[in-house]
Design a protein around this ligand. Structure first.
Ligand code: ACO
Length: 343
């Protein structure tokens, strides 16, 4: 059985920076830099321009990951795209990204499988589990795995939506998971879910139990109320569940690998709230200098968060060959996961 390793990384955030002060001044939200920074550690986030969607952000990150791996889109045997903000309800953004990468054109067309993963902030780690299995089984030599989000289009940028909207930013991260005979790569992945928390953090704009799924007025025009159009979150419940499940995910991974936290060189935690990560790190005795962050600059970029962290660490020289890397995430669903990788 081959090992599966990360042969390339890429990351992209759209150029427009929106600071906490911009949320007050440009959008008129009753909030403050002090409130957001103290509760979450966020200083700014990036928003894509109208007309730009998730597959486009994902394509940009994917091309950078392919370049760093020295591979072409046509070398990929499968595409996985993790997102909670897909371009359309269906089809998934994976096929749109496949098309954008030129895989459907000309004599070099490759109609490889393209699959969306809908596991929110844990989506990238669910993707890592899937990509690793595909490579280790021999089904694929190279899998393109992308996490991409265009949150700015679907958050309530008014005071009514501030608890959720101030947290999120747009961006995309990508990795190539490749086969190798070398003794390195993804050592294991552990995923979990608890559907009892499904409605604690959710967006109900599409509700297929209704007839029709979106209420219509007398003229047949769909009517979506703000509470259904935008995400709903019980922040304190999510915070508590995140701390518990992330601690559990770390302990599960370390126990399965027969390692302790001290054996890990770099920790990549999902970035939903700096306070969650500080709490988990303190509980488990993980030193600050082994934790990397991007929430201050990007906010919560959901499925894009961990690949963006990996890409910055790899390009910045922080992540070196032979290091043991732990990735941990928790998100809506509830869903969570951890991955241990020898870089
Ligand atoms: N600016 C100013 N005031 C605000 C803001 C804001 N941005 N947001 C909320 N408030 C106000 C509320 O309206 C409330 O006011 P009130 O007391 O007058 O009603 C007060 O602040 C307290 O609100 P809470 O929601 O109780 O604030 P809390 O201390 O819980 O912090 C936060 C909110 C930061 C969102 C926190 O709950 C949190 O981080 N939760 C976890 C988020 C998370 O992990 N999400 C999971 C991943 S996301 C995914 O999977 C898609």
């Amino acid at each position: 059985m081959p090992n599966a390793y990360i042969s390339g990384t890429g990351g992209y955030v759209p150029p427009r920076v929106v600071t906490n002060d911009d949320l007050v001044q440009q959008y008129g939200i009753d909030t403050s830099h002090e409130w957001i920074n103290r509760r979450t550690g966020i200083n700014q986030r990036h928003y894509a321009e109208p007309g730009v969607g998730t597959a486009e952000l994902g394509e940009k990150a994917a091309r950078l990951a392919l370049e760093s791996a020295g591979l072409e889109p046509q070398d990929m045997d499968m595409i996985l795209l993790a997102t909670l903000s897909p371009d359309y309800c269906f089809p998934g953004s994976g096929v749109l990204m496949q098309r954008r990468l030129g895989l459907c054109d000309g004599p070099k067309a490759r109609f490889v499988p393209a699959m969306d993963i809908r596991n929110q902030c844990s989506g990238f780690l669910y993707g890592m589990g899937t990509a690793t299995s595909m490579v280790q089984s021999g089904a694929c030599k190279h899998v393109l795995l992308v996490g991409a989000e265009t949150h700015s289009a679907a958050i309530d940028l008014s005071t009514a939506g501030r608890t959720v909207s101030t947290l999120f930013g747009d961006g995309a991260g990508a990795v190539i998971v490749s086969a190798t005979d070398e003794d390195r790569g993804i050592r294991g992945w552990w995923l979990g879910a608890d559907g009892r928390g499904a409605e604690v953090l959710c967006q109900h704009v599409w509700n297929i139990s209704k007839r029709p799924f979106i209420p219509v007025d007398e003229n047949g025009v769909g009517q979506v109320q703000p509470e259904e159009m935008f995400a709903h979150m019980e922040g304190k419940r999510v915070f508590r569940a995140a701390v518990e499940r992330m601690c559990e995910a770390v302990l599960t991974a370390c126990t399965a690998q027969g390692i302790t936290g001290e054996d890990v060189d770099l920790w990549c935690f999902h970035q939903a709230n700096m306070r969650i990560n500080q709490y988990v790190a303190k509980t488990l005795g993980i030193p600050d200098d082994k934790l990397i962050h991007n929430i201050d600059r990007y906010g919560n970029t959901t499925a894009a968060t961990i690949p963006l962290l990996l890409d910055e660490a790899a390009r910045g020289g922080r992540l070196q060959r032979g290091m043991k890397v732990a990735m941990v995430a928790f998100g809506s669903g509830y869903t969570w996961g951890s991955v241990i990788c020898d870089w």
